[in-house]
Design a protein around this ligand. Sequence first.
Ligand code: FDM
Length: 252
Amino acid sequence: MSSKRAPFIVIEGLDRSGKTTQTSLLQSKLESAGIATKLMKFPDRTTTIGQMIDSYLKSTSELDDHVIHLLFSANRWELASTIESLLNEGTTVLCDRYAFSGIAFSASKIVASSSSSADPVVPKLPFEWCRAPDIGLPAPDVVLFLDIAPEQAKQRGGFGEERYEKEEMQARVRKLFERIGEETSSSSLNPSPSSSSSPTAAERLPQDGRNTLDWVIVDAGKDVESVSAELWDAVYPLARDGTNHPIGKLWA
Ligand code: FDM
């Protein structure tokens, strides 16, 4: 891969979509195929900022909604140059959640009085405000979105203990992910909207060095092996061959 770099692959999805299982399966498959891979996860709870996020998610601390949103973004920025170095060294970066979760979760917070009445739902933080701090981060080459209905996700054992793991919130998060997928696919970062039935990410990449981002929707309601096979088909050619494209800047 002399003049090429490795790809940046992000996996996004709702809680209980099987994201963690699928991310580690994909990592094992890539490594078995001889592809150097670094698994990353956001929030990265090991840094000082990550520890603040961790205690907020476990409800052992309270933070203003703006503050926690900016901390999630800062947590990505503190690892941005590491991601770029890994890609340039030829290590595929496989990342469990990224800026798309940042927008979807923060923008799904609503003003309390609007949650249980017939009033219109009022977001606490505007969508564009939520997107702004992540503009310019290293852009993934492909986002694999594990899609599952919140009711089906709940049947998999219910949501856990953390702050955002509630069915109503997950339903709003899913809608926001849908919007982000549509807007990201139709933005200048990605001229060709994609779905899992389209050609693989590698096949869609244009050859002119243009900045691209593929948003691939995967039905996470299927069994583990089928989902894993679909993810593999979507990323293997890209991970095997690398890419000539410079690392993009998200939404820049
Ligand atoms: N989350 C995650 C956010 O609210 N913003 C972000 O930027 C990111 C990366 O944190 F509920 C939320 C999503 C989830 C919680 O994620 C912790 P994990 O994947 O369960 O650790």
